[in-house]
Design a protein around this ligand. Sequence first.
Ligand SMILES: NC(=O)C1=CN([C@@H]2O[C@H](COP(=O)(O)OP(=O)(O)OC[C@H]3O[C@@H](n4cnc5c(N)ncnc54)[C@H](OP(=O)(O)O)[C@@H]3O)[C@@H](O)[C@H]2O)C=CC1
Ligand SMILES: O=C(O)[C@H](O)COP(=O)(O)O
Length: 496
Amino acid sequence: MAGSGAFVELLEEDVYKYYFDGEWRKSASGKSVSIINPTTRKPQYKVQACTQEEVNKIMETSKVAQKAWAKTPLWKRAELLHRAAVLLKEHKNPIAECLVKEIAKPAKDAVTEVVRSGDLVSYCAEEGVRILGEGKFLVSDSFPGNDRNKLCLTSKIPLGIVLAIPPFNYPVNLAVSKIAPALIAGNSVVLKPPTQGAVAALHMVHCFHLAGFPKGLISCVTGKGSEIGDFLTMHPGVNCISFTGGDTGIAISKKAGMVPLQMELGGKDACIILEDADIDLAAANVVKGGFSYSGQRCTAVKVVLVMESVADALVEKVKAKVAKMTVGPPEENCDITPVVTESSANYIEGLVMDAKQKGATFCQEYKREGNLIWPLLLDHVRPDMRLAWEEPFGPVLPVIRITTVEEGIHHCNASNFGLQGCIFTRDINKAMMISDAMETGTVQINSAPARGPDHFPFQGLRDSGIGSQGITNSISMMTKVKSTVINLPTPSYTMG
Ligand SMILES: NC(=O)C1=CN([C@@H]2O[C@H](COP(=O)(O)OP(=O)(O)OC[C@H]3O[C@@H](n4cnc5c(N)ncnc54)[C@H](OP(=O)(O)O)[C@@H]3O)[C@@H](O)[C@H]2O)C=CC1
Ligand SMILES: O=C(O)[C@H](O)COP(=O)(O)O
């Protein structure tokens, strides 16, 4: 159970502690932040509201710990990560319980998130050993005018302190996707978890603690992003920021200093369906892509662009599937569960009402109880409706009927987002042409958008982000190249 057994030291009275210098501590602020259960809409947990002084101390300690960690052999770093991965999987149930209570993730999916996170940590350890174990050897005589008298050795070195800020929808998986690459590359980590999801993240951090990582190497600061966020992201001790979330990331990129940024932000992933598509396959993916975790995924299908000639058939099939979806509490593994906050539900409702006023066709009746919104497919959505462009981050999916492929590509590229997109067609040549024309970080052919498997590159264009994630890319991003050049007194040619 959360906050008990192996996790008992995380909790004092009813407030979860923050993690610093290898210990669980109470904040000197004496204040806490309440986490509201999206299902009951009542306070579920409390976490410490950390102070700026505590952040300063964390940064100092983190810097010292990083210097020692960078001298720890790579295989030993990997060994500790493997140990943390085992512990994460061993404690999947209490961590998943927090995800159910804090972010209303269906119980089965919550367990999957933790297991996936363990796998990500192990894979990262293995990948890190391979890619960080290799450098480059360059010789000078390949550049015009040079003899072979300079030998350049390059290797990848750590950046220092990586600030990791994940969003509410994957507070464990999108935290470890930053923590593990940072650690294997020799960095220290300061984690600021999302408020909704903070307790799951603290339990995850405890697995790293139990694995035996050195004191100070990993810290976890809790508190509202709106209060402590700017102080963290603008802190001079930070050497890299890895952020996943919404528009906050755009603001951070304007305020952060001259440090590498990895930003994974919002998306409005389009699903283009052509006349020759397998409509059963497309419908199944529209439902899975649009409604899993109630649409609260950056990679959710957020607009369907279907050719008019097959639109009726698609809409009928999707409607039939939506009718079978279960709606209710995450504990009962319902397909659709309450969205994360009341303000999120209000925002979604605003988009629905705008579409209603402008004449969209409701394939189901709009229904809401508290934060729980029933799945809704809106047909005949037009570009003048907000739903055509904004991301609801909820179980509401607009369908725009198109008469040419170009119309679909144009709509996709006119978005301020450019995360992923997908195409359904039986013609691979057409699929490749459309994929080339779509201005998104990834295009999926005949499947819904997805970040995973976690070693695949994951990136967005325009407001969807900066840089690329995925295990290999994250490890590289959290390092920089260091060169050592040996200058020989006379040119030397091997076997010459
Ligand atoms: N591209 C991607 O991979 C993903 C993108 N998203 C996008 O994120 C949004 C929803 O996630 P959500 O968690 O609400 O996103 P937010 O951007 O609101 O929050 C993300 C994180 O930033 C923190 N934060 C808030 N204010 C600041 C600040 N000023 N400085 C630093 N950190 C801050 C939050 O903490 P706190 O909770 O305390 O406010 C949270 O940990 C959607 O728009 C979605 O598209 C979500 C998941 C993945
Ligand atoms: O934040 C998100 O929504 C995730 O990055 C999406 O991950 P998934 O495609 O694996 O669900």
